[in-house]
Write a protein that binds this ligand. Structure first.
Ligand code: DUC
Ligand code: ZN
Ligand code: ZN
Ligand code: ZN
Length: 465
């Protein structure tokens, strides 16, 4: 029995175990775990390194239309390039339903843009912005069947926000089809009201973005979304949770036995609303929604990750260039925070930040790291056990980490399509030194190998449904 590749000598961690053995890879899959596996075309020495499942980032935005004169900084090539550099083997971007466009047409467009461009595997969630009879009755059931088994709904934003009635209709389809609903929970009217008030008072600087979207607006919408999911008897993933009050709503629901799940992101562990201050519009670099909060909120998000209130840690990569009239600072964006596009880049930085701030600093162990960055994403979104673990039969999607590497984070290391990273200058310990997608090395020592074999993956029903 000959292998294509054997990885020797590494310390392997999954979501549940840590062990030392060699990995035999054949035809893109893990074919054997053990010692003295025999011969292979290629041997990779991982002595002194961690060998982990490749990261899965289940919340990224790529090439999504973003309003008047604004263009996202990443296409599928550049976003998955940064993902691979940061130890990821799969990303789950969104297909946004555009008004007046059949959902299938939108989906075709995203597929066309992704085809042949991706360094990592990809799979799309659907964003439902207009739940018409056609969408609810025909398109969604058919698409779930074809492997698009999750959809995101918004409770805020012009053109995206669904009413409670519409949320219930989407949840009814989810119940019927066993799709997983992801929700952006912020109270639209609260934000509109506060935004108008702030503008009338001349408070238009980027900092006031945070003022316009307070914790109360997030906590209320979180509670309401959970209530609607409880009524509909569906599982729910509350994405990008930023603070303790919203986290506690999720905890309470789980303690009641409801299938409510939570996600948090690097910005809520490392940034505060203070970052939105700053001279010359610099604060626009940190405008995302929900906004970063305060140090106590950061602590709450850590507790959520440690205690299992949060199942997944995603980047919410939503990249806009800063110094660019098509980015954060469009002519309109300069006039008020209201017009600054919401979102920050992070697909490449997500894993190194959680490894350094979490594992190295002793806040979480290596198994929890794997669960939060790969395994739970695979389980939640219907990819497990093909993805998200190291086991015989799984895809050979692997990241090898040097646990002692010291780096001062720069945007150049991440190499995405934006012109900055919100995490510039962070001192990080631990860095991925090799990324392997289905048995092929796509990144080694911070350099891409040029193999662009990323493919679309149809998904099963969520393990939670
Ligand atoms: N929601 C996201 O999920 N990403 C960026 C902006 C937003 O509101
Ligand atoms: Zn051995
Ligand atoms: Zn959102
Ligand atoms: Zn997002």
């Amino acid at each position: 029995t000959r292998f294509d590749t054997i990885i020797t000598g590494g310390r392997i961690s999954t979501a549940s175990d840590t062990f030392q053995c060699d990995i035999g890879i054949r035809e893109g899959r893990i074919a054997a775990l053990g010692h003295d596996l025999g011969i292979a075309d290629e041997t990779i020495d991982a002595t002194g390194k961690w060998v982990l499942p490749g990261g899965i980032d289940s919340h990224v935005h790529i090439s999504q239309p973003s309003g008047e004169g604004v263009v996202m900084a990443d296409d599928f090539e550049s976003a998955t390039r940064s993902a691979a550099l940061g130890g990821n083997t799969m990303v789950l971007p969104f297909c946004l339903q555009e008004s007046g466009v059949p959902l299938r047409e939108s989906l075709k467009d995203y597929h066309a843009k992704a085809e042949g461009s991706c360094h990592t595997d990809v799979s799309f969630h659907l964003i439902i912005s207009d739940p018409t009879e056609q969408v609810l009755g025909q398109d969604l059931p058919a698409l779930v069947h074809e492997g698009y088994t999750s959809f995101k709904v918004f409770m805020t934003y012009e053109g995206l926000a669904l009413s409670d009635l519409e949320l219930l209709k989407v949840m009814a389809v989810a119940r019927e089809t066993r799709a997983l609903v992801m929700v952006h929970a912020e109270n639209y009217d609260v934000i509109r009201y506060l935004t108008d008030q702030l503008e009338q008072a001349g408070r238009t600087a980027p900092f006031f973005h945070a003022t316009s979207r307070p914790v109360i607006a997030e906590r209320e919408a979180t509670y309401r979304a959970i209530s609607l999911a409880e009524l509909s008897e569906v599982p729910l993933m509350v994405v990008h949770v930023s603070n303790r009050e919203a986290m506690e709503e999720i905890r309470r629901a789980r303690q009641k036995g409801l299938r409510i799940f939570g996600e948090t992101c690097p910005q809520y562990l490392t940034l505060t609303e203070g970052d939105l201050e700053g001279l010359n519009m610099e604060g626009a670099k940190y405008v995302c929604s929900p906004p970063p909060r305060d140090h106590e909120s950061q602590q709450a998000c850590w507790e959520g990750l440690q205690q299992g209130v949060f199942d997944v840690f995603s980047s919410d990569h939503c990249p806009f260039r800063y110094d660019d009239p098509q980015g954060k600072l469009t002519p309109k964006g300069r006039t008020s925070f209201r017009w600054v596009p919401n979102g920050i880049p992070g697909v490449g930085a997500r894993l190194p930040i959680l490894f350094s701030e979490g594992v190295v600093k002793g806040r979480i162990d290596i198994n929890r790291f794997v669960a939060l960055t790969a395994t739970n994403h695979a389980r939640t979104y219907g990819l497990y056990p093909k993805k998200g673990t190291i086991a015989v039969g799984a895809d050979a999607d692997i990241a090898i980490w040097d646990p002692g590497a010291k780096n001062r984070l720069t945007h150049a290391m991440l190499n995405d399509g934006a012109d900055y990273t919100p995490y510039e200058g962070m001192e990080l310990t631990g860095w991925p030194v090799l990324t392997m997608l289905r048995g092929q090395t796509i990144m080694r020592d911070g350099v891409l190998t040029g193999i662009r074999a990323g493919a679309h993956v149809a998904r099963r029903i969520s393990d939670h449904a």
